[in-house]
Design a protein around this ligand. Structure first.
Ligand SMILES: [Zn+2]
Ligand SMILES: [Zn+2]
Length: 674
């Protein structure tokens, strides 16, 4: 008998939309599942991930290509990580490689070249840029916090814990104690802390580094340069870092000794990916915890209705924090509604007299004000009264926003930009005017209104440069700003100690939205903004300008009664058979004409497999019908149980993929915007 080494085979996933892992022959004796490799795919070679090593292949060995090289300088991803990414791919109806490869750091995703080993050594040595550690302050826990910590410390195995605490109730301190306990219980254990916003990571990282100096804290988010992201990923993978703080993509970090996951502000829409694989990092965090048999903590003052429903039905355990942590006797700030209807306010004025007075009084008292407006730019649209011309984006079914700082018209959807015209492009009228208010215009108004105040604006436009946001927030914390005006960016999480007045300028737009999730989002945004007031323990006010002062949403908000609001919304959702009482998926199509997009979806609907439990709706144009020059339409499918919906989608999409249509289409499971 010839003494031949038995041929081994590797099953490899690559970032290509092909259904199954590919088989290759494997000449590397110590290659293992979870290892990154380079394989030929068609005529090219690219990075792949070995997901299985076996002694046989269903494909004839003579027809198989060989794995070209194996990256053995980096230890393999472990089996739980492979299982987790496979789950995510299946659930979101994607190919395994399309989820697993993009989850790897840039350095591993690009084909490792000849200098890979040196590059790797550099990354391992890299001192990661990090904010200085904050002075560790162990805040005394109140009784509710202590109770929550006790439950989390005692938690064994998988369980979802909803930390439902009003803003300022000290959720972070509860996380820190729970983390401390897990780190101490096992000197290998690792922690994953997810946050909704990149700008919140420096503050948290500093806090964590102050408290857990020895643990090694790294940050993972999409704003990091490739090298830093790779270095941070590697530190977590090699267990040099025990704490990872990150935005949604961090849910895929390699954490071989993961012992606890915390999802802060779990209701935040940014946990849902808006492009590529449309995963929910919150939902995947829960699944990852379940697969590993570890606890997961979801923190929020306004839990998502999905989470709220699970907590009400006791699938999740609720831990309540009802008091402000700084001063237990302090009432949350009073929320006052300012009626914007004439005669109380002059038509067209953005800031009501009562609000102007409050701003002046706050400045007088030497305290900070925060003015929130969810609209950047100067004016949402420019108009010509003579002929009716409006500044539209030429590529989208929406308006181009006037930016005064650089005198441009910009589309906030597709990025289109042009110089703002001096006169009307249609009739030559010189008297063009901006309609409505964005943050730039409000900033201007505030400077006129309060000439002695130091006014600062924070939005995506003012913080484009790296570290610009950090520096801006530092200035606010240092008390170098009297009035801060900004978008969502200023609402989330920041612990502003000196803010005594919060103003919400125009929340009414969202009341009229067609999206059934709009009220839920508005409520949570407003609670979050209002929560920036009075964090230092002193008296504070929240003023909300509205034309609908008797709207029930505002009434519940003014009572600080999220539970009543959420219960009411859930009752509505139940009677209308909407999520979380039903499960949805959205098929979207893009075409050069709306007819082409709708036509594709109609054919898709007609081809849908028969599944009695799944309801398939008629295709309709999307709310933002035209984006960047393409027409977009959508088709909703729905079922009362996840299982039948998943089975239906699998069969349906297989058929659609086989059609090789020239229409671009994609599916989104659990869509957040419809
Ligand atoms: Zn005109
Ligand atoms: Zn556009």
């Amino acid at each position: 008998m010839p003494t031949l080494l038995a041929t081994r085979y590797a099953r490899v996933v690559v970032d290509v939309p092909i259904p199954q892992p590919l088989d290759y022959t494997l000449a590397f004796a110590d290659a293992a599942p979870g290892q990154v490799c380079v394989v030929p795919v068609g005529r090219r070679s690219q990075a792949g991930l070995i997901v299985e090593v076996r002694d046989s292949s269903a494909v004839d060995a003579g027809r198989l290509k060989a794995v070209a090289s194996v990256v053995d300088e980096v230890s393999p991803l472990d089996q739980p990580w492979l299982d987790f990414t496979l789950f995510a791919a299946d659930y979101y109806q994607q190919r395994w490689g399309e989820v697993a490869l993009p989850a790897l750091p840039p350095m591993l995703r690009s084909k490792p070249g000849p200098r890979f080993a040196q590059a790797l050594a550099r990354l391992r040595r890299a001192r990661l840029e990090a904010p200085p550690a904050a002075t560790p302050v162990r805040r005394r826990l109140n009784a509710e916090q202590q109770q929550a910590v006790d439950v989390l410390v005692a938690a064994q195995g998988f369980g979802v814990h909803l930390l439902f605490g009003i803003t300022g109730s000290g959720k972070t301190e509860v996380y820190l104690r729970a983390i401390e306990d897990r780190l101490r219980a096992d000197d290998r254990s690792q922690i994953l802390l997810l946050v909704p916003e990149i700008n919140l990571t420096p503050q948290l990282e500093a806090l964590l580094r102050g408290r857990f100096q020895e643990a090694g804290v790294v940050t993972l988010h999409s704003g990091l340069p490739d090298g830093e992201r790779s270095a941070a990923w590697l530190a977590a993978h090699e267990q040099r870092a025990r704490i990872v703080v990150g935005t949604r993509l961090a849910v895929f970090a390699s954490l071989p000794a993961l012992a606890l996951i915390v999802v802060d502000e779990e209701h935040d829409p940014s946990y849902k990916a808006g492009e590529g694989v449309r995963y929910s990092a919150r939902d995947l965090a829960i699944k990852r915890a379940q697969l590993l048999g570890i606890p997961v903590v979801l923190g929020s003052a306004t839990p998502s209705l999905e989470t709220w429903a699970a907590a009400q039905s006791r699938r999740y355990q609720t831990l309540r924090l009802t008091q402000r942590a700084v001063d237990e006797d302090a009432e949350p700030p009073a929320i006052e509604l300012v009626d914007l209807r004439p005669p109380q306010a002059q038509a067209g004025s953005a800031i009501a007299p009562a609000v102007a007075e409050a701003l002046a009084a706050t400045l007088e008292a030497g305290r900070q004000s925060l003015v929130f407006l969810n609209r950047r730019g100067y004016a949402p649209v420019v108009a010509c009264d003579a002929c009716g011309w409006l500044s539209r984006c030429p590529q989208c079914s929406t308006f181009a926003v006037f930016h005064k700082t650089d005198r441009t018209l910009r589309c906030h959807h597709c990025g289109y930009a042009e110089r703002a015209p001096r006169s009307c492009p249609t009739c030559g009228n010189q008297a063009l005017h901006g309609v409505g208010h964005g943050t730039q215009r409000v900033e201007e108004l505030l400077r006129e209104l309060l000439p002695t105040a130091r006014v600062m604006r924070i939005d995506r436009d003012s913080t484009r440069k790296r570290h610009a946001a950090e520096q801006a927030f530092d200035a606010v914390h240092a008390g170098d700003v009297d009035v801060l005006v900004g978008t969502q960016m200023i609402a989330k999480g920041h612990d502003f100690q000196g803010v005594a007045l919060v103003v919400v300028l125009n929340p009414d737009g969202q009341l009229a939205s067609h999206d059934f999730r709009a009220p839920e989002r508005l409520f949570s945004t407003l609670v979050q903004v209002a929560g920036r007031a009075g964090r230092g323990g002193h008296a504070s006010r929240v003023l909300l300008q509205t034309r609908f002062p008797s709207h029930p949403l505002f009434a519940a908000l003014a009572r600080h009664d999220y539970a009543a609001f959420a219960d009411g919304q859930l009752a509505e959702r139940r009677s209308a058979n909407m999520p979380p009482y039903t499960y949805q998926a959205l098929l979207t199509a893009e075409g050069r004409t709306m007819e082409a997009a709708l036509g594709f979806l109609r054919e898709a609907r007609d081809e849908a497999p028969a599944e009695p439990e799944v309801r398939v709706f008629d295709p309709v144009p999307m709310a933002l019908q035209r984006l960047a020059g393409v027409e977009r339409a959508q088709l909703l499918v729905e079922a009362d149980r996840r299982g039948p919906l998943q089975a239906f989608l699998r069969a349906w999409l297989e058929g659609l993929r086989a059609r090789r249509s020239r229409i671009r289409w994609q599916v989104e499971v659990d869509p957040q915007e419809i």
